[in-house]
Design a protein around this ligand. Structure first.
Ligand code: MN
Length: 249
């Protein structure tokens, strides 16, 4: 069952290197998928046609974590506490997300990815949770990357709830973000929140598999096999997408 999963990467401007934490690749592989890295390009040299050449070869898309999304994409000026942004990543990932949603290509979006997915589909973000959400808990943990630092209440009837199959509706997750989904995009619903009401997962209601999580399951896999579930679900959806493609030939 081919499941070619494209993974977006970061641009390290200082060293002119493309970079991706290896645990994304390992989680996709462990889930049975074939990981492919999707590069960023020089500003202005990426367009829908180029993105289409990549997306046409994929069975699934994984939008990885990284820096902040530029607020102009959801119609705001930069908040004083906006962090580092990556114009190269914004350019290609917003196009990748839109191309995937148009084709109903399965998408799993992690951390920065949930923000890209939401904005690509027309939603908005908090630029800085700690200053924009009253009573916000700590979402930038100082504990090790695999440590589950806060709880999220998951809607058990949601796609995300079925993937994680949580009893008691509460799932412990890690947290390395300071942006978060503010208004979910049209066609998307919230499927998990933390105790301070910050959105921790969204899903597309009009898509077979369009899921965003604010935490980093790929960092938790080594200590919690349950966190492999979203990667297994992505690979399974990618297999179905691939077969649907075959059937239409
Ligand atoms: Mn969090």
């Amino acid at each position: 069952m081919p499941a070619n999963i494209g993974i977006s990467v970061s641009k390290d401007n200082e060293n002119q290197m493309l970079a991706l934490p290896a645990n994304y690749v390992d989680a996709v592989r462990e889930a049975g998928g074939v990981p492919w890295l999707l590069p960023t390009f020089a500003p202005g040299s990426v367009d829908e046609e180029l993105v289409g050449l990549y997306v046409d070869r994929l069975d699934g898309l994984l939008l990885s974590g990284g820096p902040d999304l530029a607020p102009r994409y959801f119609g705001e000026e930069p908040h004083r506490d906006l962090g580092q942004v990556s114009p190269e990543r914004d350019a290609i990932e917003l196009l990748l997300a839109r191309a995937a949603l148009e084709r109903d290509l399965p998408v799993l979006a992690i951390c920065r990815g949930i923000q890209v997915l939401n904005v690509a589909a027309g939603g908005t973000l908090y630029q800085d949770v700690s200053s924009q959400v009253e009573g916000a808990i700590q979402h930038r943990q100082l504990a090790p990357r695999w440590h589950a630092s806060h709880g999220v209440v998951v809607d058990n009837d949601s796609h995300v709830g079925r993937i994680f199959r949580t009893r008691e509706s509460c799932l412990m997750v890690n947290s390395f973000h300071h942006q978060a989904v503010r208004e979910p995009a049209p066609g998307f619903v919230i499927s998990a929140r933390s105790a301070d009401d910050v959105v921790e997962a969204i899903e597309g209601t009009e898509h077979s598999f369009a899921i965003g999580v604010q935490w980093h399951p790929e960092m938790m896999v080594e200590h919690s096999t349950a966190m492999l579930a979203p990667f297994r679900a992505l690979v399974a959806a990618a297999g179905r997408y691939h077969r649907r493609d075959d059937a239409s030939c």
